[in-house]
Design a protein around this ligand. Structure first.
Ligand code: SAM
Length: 298
């Protein structure tokens, strides 16, 4: 980077062995204060900023007082633009890749570029920061030992239901992104396909003024959203508790696991219960620990 900063670890400010470095820089998902000092320094030091929407990101850069040459890199031109960005790296220029919000490549462009840059031997270095799914999971109170990020569900109802059907026995916590105009339809499909009793947490407008977390069964959360005049406005992360047990019939499996936990809880402390239940059922210890705690608390 041109304006090297002394408090960066040396590997941050070193050029790639040959050519420039591609920095993958996370930007805020709502609150500008979430932009890390290291992200600011990386943007300030890059020769070029590759952005999903140059006008949108131009505003972020001018807010930071940074003027940079920008290259638009979005879903529809990524293959073509990757070649130009590789040429920048070949010329020894450092490139900072950003998206409109959050972490590039997470339901955002950048995959082709990162893959090609790595296979061409350039150093690709992440500058981590905000990511809606991680922020949402960190505050949801759902098991995080295993989660499956699914991105956006298909826009059409049949495709959406088909995708949900394939996930119906998945034991990991499911995480979806959803747009405000489809949130109610998607929640109705989740109720129909995964079950209206499934525990769900919605994170809306995370880090913004109207940040709200809705939690409960799918039916309860859907009712709350329908009641809330702002319920279907803003950006959403939908998190659904995974299916309990390995049986095809998830309700039956949940009951079996609960029965094992209850029997053990009558004799043992929760930690021991989780350990033994994990050995008996093959399910994750952390997930069982949380389930046992919930059962203990009634
Ligand atoms: N790359 C981003 C990230 O790291 O999270 C995600 C980009 S994706 C195109 C945009 C989607 O992320 C939104 O439709 C919404 O589902 C989710 N999202 C982004 N910001 C959010 C926020 N502040 N609160 C809730 N969800 C958000």
């Amino acid at each position: 980077m041109k304006n090297e900063v002394s408090d960066l670890p040396s590997s941050d400010s070193r050029k790639g062995e040959s050519g420039g470095v591609l920095y993958v820089v996370a930007t805020p998902i709502g609150n500008l204060d979430d932009l890390s000092p290291r992200a600011v320094r990386t943007l300030a030091g890059a020769d070029v900023v590759a952005a999903e929407d140059t006008r949108h990101s131009g505003r972020l850069l001018s807010h930071l007082g940074v003027a940079k040459r920008m290259i638009a890199l979005h879903d529809h031109n990524e293959k073509d633009r990757a070649a130009g960005i590789l040429a920048e790296l070949a010329a020894g220029h450092d490139v900072a890749l950003i998206s409109d919000a959050g972490t590039p490549l997470i339901s955002d462009p950048g995959y082709i570029l990162v893959r090609e840059a790595r296979s061409a031997g350039y150093r690709v270095s992440p500058i981590p920061g905000p990511c809606a799914l991680v922020a949402a999971l960190s505050a949801a109170g759902l098991p995080t030992d295993r989660f499956l990020y699914v991105g956006f569900l298909p826009a059409k109802r049949s495709g959406r239901r088909g995708s949900l059907d394939l996930l119906s026995n998945e034991e990991a916590t499911l995480v979806f992104y959803e747009s405000p105009h489809r949130i109610l339809e998607s929640m109705r499909d989740i109720a129909d396909v995964l079950g209206s009793d499934r525990e769900v947490v919605l994170g809306r407008e995370i880090t913004k003024t109207f940040e709200t977390f809705y939690s409960g069964s799918v039916t309860e959360v859907l009712a709350e959203l329908e009641r809330d005049p702002h319920g279907s406005r803003g950006e959403f992360v939908v998190m659904v508790r995974g299916a309990m047990g390995r049986s095809d019939n998830s309700e039956e499996a949940t009951m079996d696991v609960d029965r094992v936990l209850r029997v053990l809880l009558a004799e043992l402390p929760v930690k021991k219960v989780a350990k033994m239940a994990s050995e008996l059922t093959g399910l994750g210890k952390n997930e069982l620990y949380q389930r046992a705690l919930a059962l203990k608390d009634g």
